[in-house]
Write a protein that binds this ligand. Structure first.
Ligand code: ADP
Ligand code: G6P
Length: 468
């Protein structure tokens, strides 16, 4: 088994079982993917330093070896808060209205990618597979190639890939995409994002694409493919059966006193459609006065990327909306929206999901969305809750038995809430069984295996780049 050198901006391993872990699909998935595989997880420590030194901090936590570097304030501003989170993240989530272009962001992005390349270089041995993650590090592979790295290298993008007509609004878009073509394998969450990427390379760059999904570029073949990420099913189910999960379940159930419960769990991000979700619940309460006092929405939303103005804005908007809806519909002994801005250990989350009659997952755009899959995994198969899922989440391409909704339509989501509350047990069970089969079979370990196999060049036995 080759070693895996996993590289991502965020490196986050829970310090102990039961501790609140990372809040973000990438870190949650990579923790699981690496635990049973030899390798190193390299990235930013999350710490700021006065002057960049490239010093590697190596640690072994919960069976995962990590190697991290600190970044300078200017790096964090221009690369992380700047190009990654003010330029690429909004653009990749189709929000060109929020996308900011600033030359210093682009320079910071190049500089930090070069720093990552220099720092990770000594960790790479000849037989290692290098697996780079997400939009923060798109050009890293090309920088490693320039430093002479000939190892197999793959990139996996956890976010959507935007349609060509949006991507072309990015200055130097072609240079960015060309740098990605130094990887051997490029993975996307869904067929839709893959198709957008293929459209770009064929229409904008004029590159040939073969029937087996490879792009030809400068005499090389790059495999581009969808690898939908999943949850660590066994670990999650085990957590869901733990005493802590049971305690969390009972505490929450007792507090809602026989009312119906809906749950949302999302980083506080404008892509998650939280404002529309709250409004939809408000509409539901207005349209069904008989239900007022009978249904609670628990929204867990840990703050995210708080140095970026659009994130400060969404936080303020949600506080206002929560106040408004609670003001209009609360009673002395009842508050419809419980809005909680903190993280929880995964076992507690599992207990909360199980306590909820409805999982409300309504992002406006999402690469995959692991919360939808966690909600399904945590349910009691004999009395499962109903998943209401945005048609614009990558997960909707697999979880077709959820109640799929257009999250922009307040009426549509409000009607789905009504339908879910009224759904007979037989239909809930039948839908849940289909959802569970997908969540169980297409889990995170399979995702890792599929990607690693492709990187080995053995996919379908066609030996992509097998001559390297
Ligand atoms: P994203 O990667 O955009 O944040 P996902 O839904 O794919 O969205 O992944 C989010 C991950 O973060 C899930 O595994 C979820 O359980 C976890 N998470 C989100 N909020 C919390 C929280 N408050 N406490 C603990 N984990 C959280
Ligand atoms: C999404 C991104 C990840 C990121 C995570 C949390 O899942 O795809 O790359 O790590 O959000 O965001 P943060 O900025 O806190 O790392």
């Amino acid at each position: 088994m080759s070693r895996l050198i996993v590289v991502s901006n965020r490196v986050s391993v829970p310090k102990a079982a039961g501790a609140a872990g990372a809040q973000g699909g990438l870190a949650v998935a990579l923790n699981s993917a690496l635990r049973e595989h030899r390798g190193i997880w390299f990235g930013w420590s999350g710490q700021e330093t006065e002057e960049f030194t490239g010093h590697l901090n190596m640690q072994r936590i919960s069976d995962v070896t990590t190697a991290t570097i600190d970044l300078e304030t200017q790096d964090i501003d221009e690369y992380y808060n700047g190009y990654a989170n003010r330029t690429l993240w909004p653009l990749f989530h189709y929000r060109i209205d929020l996308t900011e272009y600033d030359r210093s962001f682009g320079e910071g992005y190049e500089r930090v990618n070069a720093r990552f390349a220099t720092s990770v270089l000594p960790l790479i041995e000849p037989d290692d597979l290098v697996w780079v993650h997400d939009y923060h590090l798109l050009p890293l592979g090309s920088m490693l190639r320039r430093k002479g790295i000939r190892n197999r290298m793959g990139l996996f993008l956890h976010t959507p890939w935007p349609p060509t007509r949006l991507l072309v609004s990015l200055p130097f878009h072609e240079r960015l995409v060309a740098s990605m073509l130094e990887y051997d394998v490029i993975g996307f969450q869904t067929q839709e994002w893959l198709e957008s990427f293929m459209h770009y390379v064929s229409k904008e760059m004029g590159l040939p694409i073969t029937d087996d999904g490879t792009v030809e570029y400068q005499g090389r073949k790059i495999l581009a493919k969808a690898f939908p990420i999943g949850v660590d099913y066994d670990e999650f189910v085990e957590g869901a059966r733990s005493a802590e999960a049971q305690e969390a379940y009972e505490r929450l159930k007792a507090s809602i006193r026989g009312r119906k419960l809906m749950i949302g769990v999302d980083r506080l991000d404008y892509s998650k459609g939280l404002g529309e979700r709250f409004e939809s619940f408000g509409r539901f309460l207005t349209d069904h006065p008989d239900q007022a006092g009978n249904v609670v929405l628990l929204q867990i939303a840990p703050p995210s990327r708080g140095d970026v103005a659009s994130y400060q804005q969404i936080r303020e908007d949600l506080e206002r909306k929560t106040g408004h809806i609670n003001g209009a519909h609360a009673d002395v002994a009842f508050v419809p929206i419980r809005y909680v801005n903190r993280g929880y250990p995964r076992s507690h989350l599992a207990g909360f999901y199980r306590a909820a009659d409805i999982g409300l997952v309504t992002p406006l755009r999402d690469g995959m969305n692991l919360v939808a899959k966690e909600y399904v995994a945590a349910q009691d198969p004999e009395d499962p809750g109903v998943l209401i899922l945005s048609q614009f989440a990558g997960a909707a391409q697999q979880l077709t038995e959820a109640l799929l909704v257009n999250p922009h339509s307040i009426e549509h989501v409000s009607e789905a809430i009504k339908r879910a509350l009224d759904m007979p047990l037989s239909e809930r069970k039948q839908r849940h069984a289909a959802l569970l089969a997908s969540v169980r079979d297409e889990d995170v370990l399979r995702w890792r295996e599929d990607f690693v196999t492709a990187l080995f060049g053995q996919i379908d036995g066609n030996g992509t780049n097998g001559d390297k």
